[in-house]
Design a protein around this ligand. Structure first.
Ligand SMILES: *Cc1c(COP(=O)(O)O)cnc(C)c1O
Length: 219
């Protein structure tokens, strides 16, 4: 079932679009099956859950952090992840930079944009993204590789489209600046119910959970 879901999704994704299998609440065994079926990147929301999955499975795939990263979890997160998609402040970037310096590595990161301008949500406001990019560019052990957004959640996926459009416009504007030490390569947006719309609007990385693994007991 899950295997079939992944194969179908992978076969239907346009060339150049990367799948992140969003694994929150799934067991290491489910994650392993997803990888066996072709998932090359696992997205994790919680550091504790990622530690368990990583301990069981190791580097069978790339690990992306896609949740809200608490500052006191950075030290545990850095050794596991190949990319952190949700950097939304200089402070968080600095903490990741510091841990990566100790390990003599460079962490690829995406800047999370609060495209819906929702007060309680994480992400930098679109108008503040440029200055954050300039600040992050000065850190030697993180490297910005693009943007990520969640967008507001609606019943009707079509309502998410304007937020994806706005994030793509921002992505293009920021790309043109040619900021040093910064690559605008990945635009991570779209989930199970919205990824097709996100791809139409320029996403080249999509994060899909439910449509791969089935409904979650909680979300
Ligand atoms: C859970 C989650 C997803 C996937 O959501 P589904 O609706 O299950 O596809 C994508 N991105 C983030 C950040 C998530 O937390």
């Amino acid at each position: 079932m899950m295997e079939g879901n992944i194969r179908t999704i992978l076969s239907e994704l346009p060339e150049g679009v990367t799948l992140v299998a969003a694994a929150k609440t799934r067991t290491p065994d489910e994650v392993r099956r997803a990888v066996d079926a072709g998932a090359q990147i696992i997205g994790e929301n919680y550091v504790q859950e990622a530690e368990d999955a990583f301990a069981a499975l190791g580097r069978i795939a790339k690990w992306h952090f896609i949740g809200h990263l608490q500052k006191n979890k950075v030290k545990k997160a850095v050794p596991i992840f190949d990319m952190i998609e949700t950097v939304d402040s200089l402070r968080l970037g600095e903490l990741i930079d510091r841990e990566c310096a100790k390990l003599e590595r460079v962490m690829p990161i995406l800047v999370e944009v609060n495209s819906g301008r929702e007060p309680q949500k994480s992400g930098v406001l679109p108008e503040d993204a440029e200055s954050l990019l300039h600040e992050l560019a000065r850190l030697d052990h993180v490297r910005v590789q693009g943007l990520m957004t969640m967008g507001p959640r609606f019943g009707d996926p079509e309502l998410a489209r304007p937020y994806f459009q706005e994030t793509k416009r921002l992505f293009d504007q920021l790309s043109k600046l040619g900021i040093e030490n910064t690559e605008m390569r990945y635009l991570s947006m779209g989930m199970s119910n919205t990824y097709k719309i996100a791809i139409e609007e320029g996403a080249n990385m999509v994060r899909i959970g439910t449509k791969i693994f089935g409904e979650r007991d909680y979300s």
